[in-house]
Write a protein that binds this ligand. Structure first.
Ligand code: SF4
Length: 234
């Protein structure tokens, strides 16, 4: 596994659990608002390879900290593009820890396998845009089939899950949010994450204003027509 960073503890990223985060490296998307291009773009990744964390170091960390943790979050950039994700998760599970997987949904096959074998306990899947027009992935002519399949798998409710969208003020209109909410009708949870500019972005010229509280509440009201829980993250 290509591992870029360990966050030793979080109370926010795994709902209701004390967890550590392991950040992977590499992604198939090119979202302009991605916070760390060094671990996304292949040319930059080549330069940062020397800074990656050996898997052994991560498991040594787990050995030392497992008593204090309830779970591990495997996230950014896109964990499912790595061929050894299955073995990696299995090894984490041998520490008797819960596993949360954050994914953009690009590989329904590994997602299904991990769920069917009870190797993941919580999945957070990004839905970047309305499913008719996924332009915010910044990939031209994206084949939507795998993403739709991943949504379907999660909607079977075999694992605890949430869908989430990083919302960009000039792009995610109420109509777009309604389109997404309709597409995941009856889903358990949909989170709206208010985009906040935090320095280095994949597209350095990308700008995004935050939604106001009133705008967010109006979106939440729309989402709740279709989805059981809507959480706003600011
Ligand atoms: S925001 Fe997520 S899905 Fe988009 S490029 Fe970055 S890591 Fe990939």
């Amino acid at each position: 596994m290509l591992l870029s960073w360990i966050q030793p503890m979080t109370l926010l990223d795994y709902p209701g659990k004390v967890a550590a985060i392991i950040f992977t490296a590499g992604c198939n998307f090119r979202c302009p608002f991605c916070y760390n291009p060094d671990f996304v773009l292949p040319e930059k990744l080549k330069e940062t390879m020397k800074d990656l964390i050996p898997e052994k170091a991560f498991f040594n960390f787990l050995e030392k900290r497992k008593e204090f943790l309830e779970g591990i979050v495997i996230c950014w950039w896109e964990p499912t593009i790595q061929k050894d994700l299955y073995d990696f998760v299995k090894k984490i599970k041998s520490f008797w820890l819960l596993v949360k997987l954050d994914t953009n949904g690009q590989d329904p096959e590994i997602l299904k396998k991990l769920i069917d074998e009870n190797l993941v306990d919580y999945v957070a899947m990004d839905i970047k845009d309305s499913l008719e027009n996924y332009e915010l992935s910044w990939i031209k002519n994206l084949d939507m089939k795998p993403y739709l399949e991943s949504i379907k798998i999660l909607m079977e409710w075999k694992v605890d899950y949430e869908f989430r969208t990083t919302i960009i003020q000039w792009h995610h209109t109420k109509a777009k949010i309604e389109q997404i909410a309709k597409a995941i009708k009856w889903a358990k949870k949909y989170c709206l994450q208010n985009f906040e500019w935090k320095g280095k972005l994949l597209d350095p010229d990308f700008k995004g204003k935050r939604f106001t509280k009133k705008e967010l509440e109006a979106m939440k009201e729309i989402v709740l027509r279709y989805v059981e829980i809507c959480e706003i993250r600011t």
